[in-house]
Design a protein around this ligand. Sequence first.
Ligand SMILES: Cc1ncc(COP(=O)(O)O)c(C=O)c1O
Length: 373
Amino acid sequence: MTTLHDTTARGFASDNYSGVHPEILEAIAAANHGHQIAYGEDAYTIRLQEVFRRHFGESAEAFPVFNGTGANVVGLQSMLPRWGAVIAASTAHINVDEGGAPERVAGIKILNVPTRDGKLTPELVDREAWGWGDEHRAQPLVVSITQSTELGTLYTPDEIRALADHAHAHGMRLHLDGARISNAAAALDVPLRAFTTDAGVDVLSFGGTKNGALGGEAVVVLNPDAAEGLLFLRKLNMQLASKMRFISAQLVALLEGDLYLRNARHANAMAQRLRAGVEAGIADGSITGVGFSQPTQANGVFATLPDGIADALRESFRFYDWGPAGGGSTERDGDPSSAGGEDAARNEVRWMCSFDTSEDDVDAFVAELARLT
Ligand SMILES: Cc1ncc(COP(=O)(O)O)c(C=O)c1O
């Protein structure tokens, strides 16, 4: 087969628009010899357990899955009985971008709380943390946070610890959606366990796909008392890969050395460059009418644009319109121009950088923004 797409097309739509990091492709190729036991008893999945224990501590156990929605659905299902509910930010991927899978597939009620920056606090959790023992209310038994958040912001390890302590004090568990967990570790400049295992997180979704993998994530159980039935839940949720060695090989390649950090640091640095470039343009008057709706703490820049600019800019670079903070958000893989609704009122947009975003991409984007505004 020959290449079918325009290989020069670049953009800022999502960190999953990028391809696969060459070292991941090499890892897949290295795993592609001979026969291996299917469904997880292969050498790569065994190595994966060692690697995850090194990063997350001796009690960590990883369950590779196909995608992030699957990781969240399987992980949350393992944490909750049929009558359980999850407290999450209204912008959480599990609330707005998983097609209702946590509700429809896992049967979990999501109690969502509006936030300013995509981050829960103990006080915000308390808005929905009530009604235990009331047979009329789905029982809040898990708090779910996203790190880094859907709005490009970060929790500090102390903020996560406070949420974990608060959840645990009320008999709830803490789940972390780590689709961009490596971006968070790189930005905070701390080991992965500093804001997970050591901060009291019970179960997390580990993301590989947005950080250079072809496709691979894992449910990681940090507190074995918090999760039940994982041996069966992947199959039940259609997330048990028969050729699991190829998912595991990708995650091993990311985590065995420092590839997860190299990729994430680069993506974060490109977001910082983009932010700084636009700020410099605003300061010298070459860019006008542009503002920022969130701090740039990981690999996403959230901005507001003058009327008509987003579509003009999209002639050259893809990116998504976004929702008001605390309201809806979107993480679509389709046509960015189809995102709209409320977003259009504020002209809020999201610019994501990935492991292969180049300085030239960023500089060309900033120059085009300056030309248009
Ligand atoms: C915060 C968050 N969680 C989970 C996911 C997983 O999504 P997918 O099922 O597309 O892998 C994404 C990707 O868009 C995400 O941004």
